[in-house]
Design a protein around this ligand. Structure first.
Ligand code: PAF
Length: 293
């Protein structure tokens, strides 16, 4: 496994792999602090591609001024050891100046979709995400890029960007990986103390309750959202940022779920930690993988 810090080196490796060796490249973009959710993406990339590149970069442009950029967990030594175990071929771990050289002034924005849900709570967040992912796609030139369904809106926006800007990569979205308690894996879970971690299980519990109600025939979005709010409201450590039901492809807000799959998504503060989760209503239940499976 080679750890690459320079854009130029990564680009020349990618060029050789593609042009001379005709190998299929899979990219797993991460911000490090790797967990089983990332490992499930790497596992799939390994199965689908000849060469697996994992990027580890805590991207400053996707954090708001009052968010946790400085505190975000960073441990490249631990991450690299894990990635070596998983037979990753290249770790691309650039410094900020490599990704955004002095004078960089170009951003990529997917209009509309970027202002909904997470975008409404975190202005500018998706502009940072799409910009960094566009740079990564240009530098690594992957045939496939792998993302988690936990960041469902991010995946939708990246797919739209890839379509609009004619990137070659195919975007692969893989199911949420959960702890035994149902808590969706996230690097931010490391901020939770044991009591908060236990309390955070209420998020998935509420989503599952709404899904059961949906399966029993409740297709009214307001009533499903109220159900989620009511259950989360019973947990004193939890404070809801938003609960929403949207079309799972266009993110259009829905009053009623008809034939199309709907994304029930949620953001909740547990103490100071902001967690997101979601479930898709109206599709098979394959969307849940346990970390212990
Ligand atoms: O999902 C993440 O970890 C980040 O948003 C990503 C895609 C690596 C871009 O920084």
């Amino acid at each position: 496994m080679e750890i690459i810090n320079r854009r130029k080196r990564m680009m020349s490796v990618a060029r050789r792999l593609r042009r001379e060796e005709h190998r299929t490249i899979g990219l797993v973009p991460t911000m490090g602090a790797l967990h089983e959710g990332h490992l499930s993406l790497i596992h799939e990339a390994r199965a689908l591609c000849d060469v697996v590149v994992v990027s580890v970069f805590v991207n400053p442009t996707q954090f708001g001024p009052t968010e946790d950029f400085a505190a975000y967990p960073r441990d490249l030594t631990r991450d690299s050891a894990l990635l070596a175990e998983y037979n990753v071929d290249y770790v691309f771990a650039p410094a900020a100046e490599e990704m955004y050289p002095p004078g960089a002034a170009t951003f990529v924005t997917v209009e509309g979709l970027s202002n909904e849900l997470e975008g409404a709570s975190r202005p500018g967040h998706f502009r940072g995400v799409t910009t960094v992912v566009a740079i990564l796609l240009n530098v690594v030139r992957p045939h496939f890029a792998f993302f988690g369904q936990k960041d469902a809106q991010q995946a939708i926006i990246i797919k739209q960007m890839v379509r609009d800007l004619a990137f070659e990569a195919e975007i692969v979205v893989l199911p949420i990986v959960r702890e035994q308690s149902g808590l969706a894996l996230s690097s931010r879970n490391t901020y939770l103390d044991p009591q908060q971690r236990q309390a955070a299980a209420v998020i998935n519990g509420a989503l599952l309750r709404a899904r059961a109600a949906y399966d029993d025939g409740e297709h009214n979005a307001t009533r499903l959202i109220d159900m989620v709010r009511e259950q989360i409201g019973q947990e004193p450590l939890a404070r809801i940022d938003y609960v929403s039901i949207n079309d799972a492809t266009t993110l259009e807000k829905l009053d009623k779920i008809d034939d199309q799959p709907a994304l029930l998504s949620i953001a909740v503060f547990i103490g100071k930690t902001r967690l997101i989760d979601n479930v898709v209503l109206g599709e098979s239940k394959k969307n849940v993988v346990s970390a212990n499976a």
